[in-house]
Design a protein around this ligand. Sequence first.
Ligand code: FAD
Length: 468
Amino acid sequence: MRSLVWFRGKDLRVADHPPLAEAAASGEVIPLFVVDPFFFSPERARSLPHRMQFLLDSLACLASELAGLGSRLLLVSGRSVDVLPRLALQWRVDQVLASRWVEPFGRERDRRIAESLGRSGIPFRCLEGETLLPPGSVRTGQGGMFRVFTPFARACAARLDPSSPLPPLASLPPLPPDLSGPFVPVPSLEALGLRPNPRLQPGGSRAGRARLSVFLQERLGRYSLERDRMDLPSTSRLSADLKFGTLSVRQVWRAVADQGGAGAAPFLNELLWREFSHHLLWEWPELLDRPFRSGFAGFPWREDAASWEAWCEGRTGYPVVDAAARQLRAEGFVHNRARMVAASFLAKHLLLDWRLGEAHYMQWLADGDWASNDAGWQWCAGCGCDAQPWFRIFNPVAQGLKFDPEGGYVKRWVPELAGCPAAFVHEPWTAPRDLRSRLDYPEPRVDHAFARERFRATARAHLGGDGL
Ligand SMILES: Cc1cc2nc3c(=O)[nH]c(=O)nc-3n(C[C@H](O)[C@H](O)[C@H](O)COP(=O)(O)OP(=O)(O)OC[C@H]3O[C@@H](n4cnc5c(N)ncnc54)[C@H](O)[C@@H]3O)c2cc1C
């Protein structure tokens, strides 16, 4: 049996990789990555620089880990819908195995490839591995999809298979000798017109394993107390690893569950939020462009280019919102609490369409992931899957005082406020006049009480009644 294992950006590891394990157990293995010129063009790379950097690191690491097992990652340039069927025939493979994607465009691509391979009699199978449970398999008692997180999480927890990740592979068979290319190397950032960003976390399974180990040793014990603190390194920073599959979610779940302690349950609950968003996207692919609460369709979002630019550049005059904007562009990461405050501010305070923010985050986040990002944005804008009513509105000052009490997060990313005493750092407009004049920081773009009432009145008028 000769298997082609098609790696494609969300499963860049050798451990706990069901397609690779199955292929290895059944005979010859050909690991392949297709370098699609559309995705790997300088123009496209510039539109997602941080994800591209993490991806290239991860591909290089995958190539080296496959070589360490005695195999080799082959890279071929072209569109996957053309390349895959052609190579599968040319290399006389008996099956093509890959990891399943939940995104509608990935599903459509897989349908076309399965059809094309099928015409040559070559089976194409997508195996599970991106989520803990197969998407679509967690349903309500009535057989429908879950629309709210808590009952979903309960149903998931009841069904979770406590089995361990797959055992590590000791070796892989060498590549069959009769394969011809042309093969290409892992593209470099420079060739794509990008300069490496040294502030980004390194990608790849090795770096991911090191991050997981630091989290287990230094942070998990305090996670339940500190995970919302924007100023502390209290969370795992594993989101890009889970997005690119440099670690499997099952590996992370197992490592944390085995270690246990007070932090384990809240952390595993966060993994279930990820699970929820992936299952949601599978069940309702419209998540990527339509509001989940249908009453929000046609919502009268404002057009206000100056406010949009101020939000993107971190000049709204609300320190946590501005810190989030600047951290995003500098590091390709934003703390979850700051993401929530910044996203809510865009939609509810500025009354700008959440889809603008969603696309901006996908451009700059290293962990940019369609399911989690769209679910997160819709939740923050009030139109997503949420048990809370749409009119709950984050107060950016109160959030800052509570989750960044000394202002360390804000001062790190908004250096104009470095000299501001903690008492004023989340509302610098209340500082004495002489201090304010020295801060060189903008006045708030919009008054909080005014913005809250404006959003509520607009939403009430649009949604009618209670809006649901
Ligand atoms: C507006 C908005 C946009 C977001 N966009 C993304 C995105 O593009 N990609 C992404 O991975 N996460 C996204 N999130 C979720 C969350 O902010 C990040 O997963 C988290 O901040 C990553 O940091 P961490 O790995 O240190 O998290 P930890 O606290 O260590 O959590 C562990 C893991 O659980 C998962 N997780 C945690 N919180 C959530 C959540 N609310 N929803 C889904 N999964 C979660 C992530 O995989 C994370 O790595 C978004 C949240 C919001 C509010």
